[in-house]
Ligand binder design. Structure first.
Ligand SMILES: Nc1ncnc2c1ncn2[C@@H]1O[C@H](COP(=O)(O)OP(=O)(O)OP(=O)(O)O)[C@@H](O)[C@H]1O
Length: 356
């Protein structure tokens, strides 16, 4: 695949952003302004327009309070040709278009952007579901087949859970076989990706100055070879609880630093560093898969970070064809600086760069 570059971003009714179209050059764009100015919202909107995905919880939250629909549009340059990606959001639904034609999620360029956020620390300190979400989002972008299998698996788990809740013992035999096949596919894909993920994250964690070795290991709830057998062995317990208790939807990506569980023992800074290392690994895996680095969207480049870690982020941004870096301090070395205030973004020209 070719390099994807964001040329323009337009938004309408997106959180607190004023309706506008912004131009983005190649290289680093710095977005700087006070707390609550809309910097994170801008990055989130760019991520949504580039990938069709959002890291925010519920779609409704993205819509300007009091409105019913929001819209983002990215004019992107890919393989030398321009295309227009549009995402419309209504209550609980999202519609994607490429060059005016409706499309499904998987049809947007899958490796086109990576979002670094201070909230990424939740990958380390949060629940297993956060880490599974990270892994699934990454693997779904690396493989359309994984994305497809995962969504079928998740549907099957909910149907099987419904049968469990209704105590339909006989119906479970119908669900166990497809669940077994889909679940095994997911487990095998995760196992294949986990080694490289650990290698990349470990390297980045060391480069970020951490003296403790970061381990990233899959903790699997089931054995792919014996999955259907394991499902059957826990059926009585599952019927009692009305839940499927075994399978990749219960896996975790266990993180440890120097042999101690990172979630339990890491300091805030160590956790933040490990989370940066995971995002770095995501970016590298997408680069390896698609042959070009994604657009980097780095939110709050100074948050909780010491000078060495800030420099790592700035160097990373400078190393890729395009990055947008936000902060309450101006990131040095940007090709374009935008000043953020109350959801508006104004370019700082040479004349007023030093004045603000
Ligand atoms: N759906 C919404 N409708 C209206 N306003 C919203 C909506 N969602 C969020 N906001 C507002 O957007 C504002 C900007 O938030 P944002 O997180 O982008 O700020 P920021 O510039 O990144 O700030 P910080 O430096 O504190 O991280 C917040 O004041 C928030 O209340």
């Amino acid at each position: 695949m070719s390099r994807v570059r964001l040329c323009k971003l337009s938004t309408l009714n997106y959180r607190n952003l004023s309706p506008d179209t912004l131009d983005f050059p190649a290289g680093v764009t710095g977005v700087w302004g006070e707390n609550g100015a809309g910097k994170t919202n801008l990055l989130e909107a760019a991520y949504l327009a580039l990938t069709g995905r959002t890291e925010a919880g519920r779609l409704e939250e993205l819509i300007l309070a009091g409105q019913t629909e929001a819209y983002v549009r990215a004019d992107v340059l890919e393989s030398g040709s321009l295309s227009v990606q549009e995402v419309g959001i209504g209550r609980g639904k999202r519609q994607l278009k490429v060059d005016g034609v409706r499309t499904r999620n998987g049809d947007l360029p899958r490796g086109s952007a990576v979002l670094f956020r201070p909230e990424d620390s939740e990958l380390v300190f949060g629940a297993p579901s956060q880490r599974r979400g990270y892994l699934d989002s990454l693997l779904s972008r690396l493989s359309a087949r994984y994305a497809e299998q995962l969504s079928r698996y998740e549907r099957t788990v909910s149907q099987r859970n419904a049968a469990l809740r209704e105590g339909q013992d006989w119906a479970l035999d119908v669900w166990d076989e497809p669940l077994g096949t889909l679940g095994r596919g997911i487990m095998e894909f995760r196992q294949r990706a986990a080694g490289r993920l650990e290698e990349l994250a470990q390297g980045a964690n060391a480069e970020l100055g951490s003296r403790k070795t970061l381990r990233v290991q899959l903790t699997e709830s089931a054995d792919p070879e014996r999955y259907v057998e394991q499902l059957r062995a826990r059926r009585a317990e599952e019927l009692a609880r009305g839940l499927t208790l075994t399978g990749p939807h219960r896996d975790d990506l266990a993180l440890s630093l120097g042999d101690m569980s990172a979630g339990t023992y890491a300091s805030r800074g160590e956790g933040r560093t490990a989370a940066l290392a995971l995002r770095y690994a995501e970016m590298q895996l997408l680069t390896e898969r698609f042959g070009e680095p994604p657009v980097l969207l780095i939110d709050d480049w100074t948050a909780e970070l010491d000078p060495q870690r800030r420099q790592f982020l700035l160097d990373l941004a400078a190393s890729v064809p395009q990055a947008i870096v936000t902060g309450t301090e101006r990131p040095p070395g940007a090709a374009l600086l935008l000043h953020a205030a109350a959801g508006r973004f104004s370019p700082l020209t040479e004349g007023n760069r030093d004045g603000r």
